[in-house]
Design a binder for this molecule. Structure first.
Ligand SMILES: CC(C)(COP(=O)(O)OP(=O)(O)OC[C@H]1O[C@@H](n2cnc3c(N)ncnc32)[C@H](O)[C@@H]1OP(=O)(O)O)[C@@H](O)C(=O)NCCC(=O)NCCS
Length: 154
């Protein structure tokens, strides 16, 4: 499989984002206020979109052991087509978004991650930064997670 990972127009990602993250919900549930100004990343296999994620500036409010960061960026809409999961697509999409946020000068990335997806994020260096909660629009448990982008690698 040849995977092409590149910036996407957000409209390209809506069908996959909706099918994976908000199935059975109104399509408006898959539209974010920040979409048009965000960095949207897509992964295509043979011209079919199989992975997507969205990254945009959004201050981190702070957590028990991660202080507030007004210049932070946030990740939303991380999704991989079900038959392609655990094939490395998510990792490639996440890496591209992390690179984009770092290039934009973001010192920290954060997200409200589904608890079920935590092993994926932890494998890429993210860490849990607050207690579990249920989001109203999914009914699923989530935890805030962070990835520092300004850490020196010695
Ligand atoms: C979570 C999701 C985006 C991960 O994408 P993916 O393409 O399946 O993940 P990858 O194959 O790139 O995984 C990279 C690494 O993360 C880790 N990982 C990923 N999923 C994991 C899981 N369920 N359990 C343990 N480790 C996992 C592994 O270390 C994996 O490497 P390996 O397969 O070589 O061991 C994808 O599974 C998905 O769309 N799930 C449903 C929607 C969802 O939960 N989105 C996130 C909302 S916060």
């Amino acid at each position: 499989m040849t995977l092409v990972v590149r910036r996407a127009r957000v409209e390209e990602t809506f069908p996959l984002r909706h099918a994976v993250l908000r199935p059975g919900r109104p399509v408006t549930a898959s539209v974010y206020a920040e979409d048009q100004s965000a960095v949207n990343i897509g992964a295509w296999a043979d011209d079919v979109l199989v992975g997507c994620a969205t990254f945009f500036p959004d201050p981190w409010a702070g957590g028990p052991d991660e202080p507030p960061e007004p210049a932070a960026w946030r990740l939303r809409g991380m999704a991989v087509e079900p038959t392609r999961q655990r094939g490395g697509v998510g990792r490639r999409v996440l890496e591209a978004g992390v690179d984009a946020a770092r290039e934009a000068g973001a010192p920290l990335l954060w997200a409200n991650a589904r608890t079920a997806a935590l092993p994926f994020y932890e494998a890429q260096g993210w860490r849990v930064a607050g207690p579990e909660f249920i989001t109203a629009d999914t009914g699923l448990p989530h935890k805030p997670i962070v990835l520092r982008l300004d850490k020196r690698v010695d």
